[in-house]
Design a protein around this ligand. Structure first.
Ligand code: DAH
Length: 341
């Protein structure tokens, strides 16, 4: 009996590989193994012999298992060491780091224009996106029954339209003119970039959400000459190249006279495309001299002060500068688009 056990222990000790050890285990500890053989003739033994045999079997089982576990752990450790060797990595190599994001193209151009106007003595103002009907329309000389309201259909909040008491998502940045005049008074040089909203059918050149940049200068003797000077300075700084512009009369209730400053479409070069609605020109900079009614509504005496105002289409400007042919890219959140800037 002791021979059987010694032999089995020796074979465990002699196993060279994990596979060999496994084969020995089945032979020794399995159903036909040493322990099974030792138990086979139990029935023929006397009670005393059976007790002794039982003790021997238990002790053998322990001895074999211990020997097996020890050997196994040697192989496991070797396997682990091998794996660690193959998976070695250099922990001193500097981490790749989180790739920095980039500013949205609208933000980039907005910041450029802010810097430019700040350098010319303008203040940068911010206004609410949820605006009062008064600031968005009435104070800008657009009363409830004015047809200009139809061109700027938007999203009304509870309480709705009518009586200058409602709230709405602002349709343009022009209400910040009113807020600027109310808060700072004349003389005033301000710009106000921001997000605006309209109830539009979305297509390549229309979005329900887009960006404008409002500008206003109030002083004692402001003329169309000043207006044109600032508009030219702005366009030269943005495009850094000659762009063809045209100035034509335009109607906006809050300016008089009012103009549309268009630029030759930079997407198609003037041949016609969806962005310029096949006209070759893009309306970019509506502007004019501030209507005296608007000054009066904001508490400024038009006999003493006058000024100019403009409402730059910031989103459109971005499209022109980077030749983006579909406005929907800008709000798409598509990283393939955004990573280009
Ligand atoms: N707020 C006008 C719009 O969104 C644009 C505009 C026109 C702004 C003339 C101005 C301006 O300041 O003088 O259609």
């Amino acid at each position: 009996m002791q021979d059987l056990l010694d032999n089995a222990l020796a074979r465990i000790g002699a196993a060279q590989t994990d596979e060999e050890l496994e084969a020995v285990r089945v032979e020794v500890l399995g159903r036909k193994g040493v322990l099974a053989q030792l138990s086979k003739d139990m029935g023929k033994l006397t009670p005393d012999e059976r007790v002794a045999r039982g003790k021997f079997i238990n002790a053998s089982k322990q001895a074999l298992e211990t020997a097996y576990d020890q050997k196994k752990s040697v192989f496991d450790r070797a396997a682990l060491a091998k794996r660690l060797d193959s998976e070695w990595m250099d922990l001193t190599v500097p981490a790749a780091g989180v790739p920095p994001g980039s500013l949205h193209p609208v933000t980039q151009i907005q910041w450029e224009i802010e810097d430019l106007f700040r350098s010319m003595g303008f203040t940068v103002l911010d206004g609410p996106e949820v605006e009062t009907e008064f600031h968005n329309f009435d104070a800008l000389n657009i009363p409830a029954d004015h047809p200009a309201r139809d061109m700027q259909d938007t999203f009304w909040l509870d309480g709705g339209q009518g009586g200058a008491g409602g709230y709405l998502l602002r349709t343009h940045t022009s209400p910040v003119q009113v807020r600027g005049m109310e808060k700072l008074g004349p003389p005033l040089r301000m710009i106000a970039p921001g997000r605006v909203f309209r109830n539009e059918s979305v297509d390549a050149s229309h979005e329900h959400t887009f960006y404008q940049l409002e500008g206003m200068m109030i002083d004692r003797e402001v003329s169309v000459g000043h207006l044109i000077y600032f508009m030219k300075t702005l366009l030269t700084a943005i495009f850094k190249k000659d762009v063809t512009v045209r100035l034509r009369p335009g109607y906006f209730p809050f300016v008089e006279p009012g103009f549309e400053l268009d630029i030759r479409c930079l997407i198609c070069g003037g041949a016609g495309c969806p962005v310029c609605k096949q006209s070759g020109w893009v309306e970019l900079l509506p502007c004019g001299l501030v209507n005296p009614h608007v000054l009066r509504k904001s508490g400024i005496d038009p006999a003493e002060w006058n000024g100019f105002a403009f409402g730059l289409g910031l989103t459109r400007l971005v499209m022109m500068r980077y030749a983006i042919d579909d406005i929907r890219w800008l709000q798409s959140g598509d990283l393939r688009f955004l990573r280009q800037f």
